[in-house]
Ligand binder design. Structure first.
Ligand code: G4P
Length: 522
């Protein structure tokens, strides 16, 4: 068992849209032999924003089922890539996916540097001390100065960096990358082939001058010297603690610099790590199976309202048809057709190990965060909800379908599509999302899957924050003062709906013993 678990690498690629996540994923799959030609992995992003048509959303959902997890073997390793939605309106989905990975590769566009979405996702990684590797992409286009980029990464992402490859120019002058780690030179030949030719070059010999010209050779030597002077040696322990990120340069589209990344990744990235449950820490090599649901994807076939619940195996071995305890329901379940995912294909699996992701067909028995065990009462933690950024009242638009609407809203919230709050003052239901697109998805799915109609009513709020205090008196006083702005989340916790940043600031100043939280996990 130990050997099976040690060889697993479960990670996600995260990036601001358009930085090259899809291209990089595809190249990694090429190395794994999972796909034979470039262009086989579809981008799952919705190109247009709020006005995208329903076909796009349907396509997105369809594709995201098959590409939610992609697994392949490389050398002696079994690699699981978890896909994250490209569109920022589904960021919440990405945050949750990050709870199921052991490490992360961040793709940054060499010309644009650190962008908003990268920054946000990095915050989530930092909350969990997830080890991070950075790939600076699109070096075949005019890019920022690599030293400036490193400074920017350190500053914007609050992490130490250490380059392990180094670019020789960029754009039309791009010559290739020097692999600091293995001390060889990889010359750039724009092509989409898997194998790129590597030349082993001692940088202190004339061979380097011959390969890239005397001027660039001199510059490279200087830069490498500077790197050694400025950046301490790569320390794997610091990387594993999430404090240091190795940096690679390349071009995903041209499959250049990707193998350097992959080779280093399999070597240094962690195998499945212990997972914290409320009761105790669970070690991956414990003999008994445990796992949790981190994502639920609805089936796009409207005739079957079945979903796939994605389970991250935290410990032991999962076996098909074995009895497992659904802890929240307290009932035993058997899974006769668990699936695993290989690029475009879905196959039934008989067994899977800690670190793996399996898809469990589901018709409404799971919700995000549910735990499965061999009988132990465990509750895995770490599926935070983030304070939403947009809010609307949801109203029933068809009086005959009240029940359907309630059920639909309930199940969509279980799936984690958005967050529901009940205003304690007027009893109205409020849906909170990260972006406009989620409202459209909810309305569409309520109609198509639950035959229910909803109507949105505007609600201008700045933030919803979870509140708590050791000082019960002050807490009660606060709730009384703000009674119009108090709500409960689905777990019955107190949530303060601040209608402006100023109001929130004042509240924080006036009520010093109350803690205002912007994630549900505290
Ligand atoms: P994403 O999943 O992070 O959103 O990015 P994706 O890989 O889809 O890449 C976004 C765009 O950037 C694509 O162009 C892609 O071809 C291009 N790209 C990715 N890597 C590189 C690279 O290394 N060099 C260069 N020059 N371009 C790169 P597009 O025009 O949006 O899409 P398409 O028409 O090429 O599919």
């Amino acid at each position: 068992m130990n050997q099976e678990i040690q060889r697993r690498r479960t990670f996600a690629i995260i990036a601001h849209p358009d930085a090259g996540k899809t291209s990089l994923t595809e190249k990694l799959l090429l190395f794994g032999g999972q796909i034979q030609v470039a262009g086989a992995v579809k981008s799952n992003k919705i190109k247009k924003t709020a006005t995208s048509d329903w076909m796009d959303i349907e396509k997105q959902r369809g594709i995201s089922v098959t590409t939610s997890v992609m697994e392949f073997d490389y050398k002696d390793y079994k690699i699981n890539i978890l896909d994250t939605p490209g569109h920022q309106d589904f960021a919440e989905d990405t945050y949750r996916t990050l709870t199921a990975v052991d490490s992360v590769i961040i793709v940054v566009d060499g010309a644009k540097g650190v962008e908003t979405q990268t920054r946000k996702l990095m915050e989530v990684c930092r909350m969990r001390n997830t080890p991070v590797i950075i790939f600076v992409n699109k070096m075949d286009r005019e890019a920022k100065d690599p030293f400036d980029l490193l400074d920017e990464l350190e500053e914007e992402l609050s992490i130490h960096v250490r380059p392990l490859t180094w670019p020789i120019e960029s754009g039309v002058r791009f010559k290739g990358v020097y692999n600091i780690y293995e001390q060889n030179l990889n010359l750039f030949q724009p092509s989409k082939q898997v194998v790129t030719e590597k030349v082993v070059v001692d940088i202190n010999t004339e061979e380097l001058d011959k390969q890239i010209g005397a001027q660039l050779a001199e510059k490279l030597r200087g830069e490498l010297e500077l790197i050694d002077g400025v950046y301490p040696e790569f320390d794997k322990e610091d990387y594993l603690k999430g404090e240091l990120a190795p940096v690679f340069f390349g071009s995903a589209l041209n499959n250049f610099g990707v193998q350097e990344l992959l080779d280093c990744f399999v070597e240094v990235a962690p195998s499945p790590r212990p997972v914290q449950a409320e009761e105790r820490e669970v070690e991956p090599d414990e003999p008994k199976f445990t796992g949790f649901i981190f994502k639920i994807t609805a089936n796009i076939d409207p005739n079957h309202r079945s979903c796939i619940a994605f389970c991250k195996i935290c410990s032991g071995k999962f076996t098909r048809n074995a009895p497992y305890l659904h802890v929240r329901h307290g009932k035993t379940m058997r899974f006769s057709s668990p699936t695993q995912f290989m690029a475009q294909r879905k196959t039934t699996v008989d067994e899977a190990w800690a670190g793996d992701i399996i898809g469990l067909p589901d018709n409404g028995s799971f919700k995000i965060g549910d735990t499965l065990t061999e009988g132990e009462m465990l509750h895995f933690r770490g599926l935070p909800s983030f304070s939403p950024e947009m809010f609307k009242y949801i109203e029933n638009a068809d009086p005959m379908k009240q029940k359907q609407l309630a059920k639909g809203v309930d199940q969509l919230m279980d799936e984690g599509v958005a967050q529901l709050f009940i205003n304690q003052f007027n009893g109205r239901k409020i849906i909170g999302t990260v972006g406009q697109l989620q409202f459209e998805v909810i309305q569409y799915r309520l109609e198509n899957e639950y035959s229910a109609k909803c109507r949105w009513e505007p609600l201008s709020l700045y933030k919803a924050c979870w509140i708590e205090s050791d000082d019960q008196e002050e807490l009660e006083a606060f709730k009384k003062r703000k009674y119009q702005y108090m709500a409960k989340d689905r777990e019955g916790r107190d949530v303060f709906l601040a209608d402006s940043g100023y109001v929130l600031q004042m509240a924080q100043m006036d009520f010093k013993h109350i803690k205002f939280h912007f994630t549900s996990e505290f």
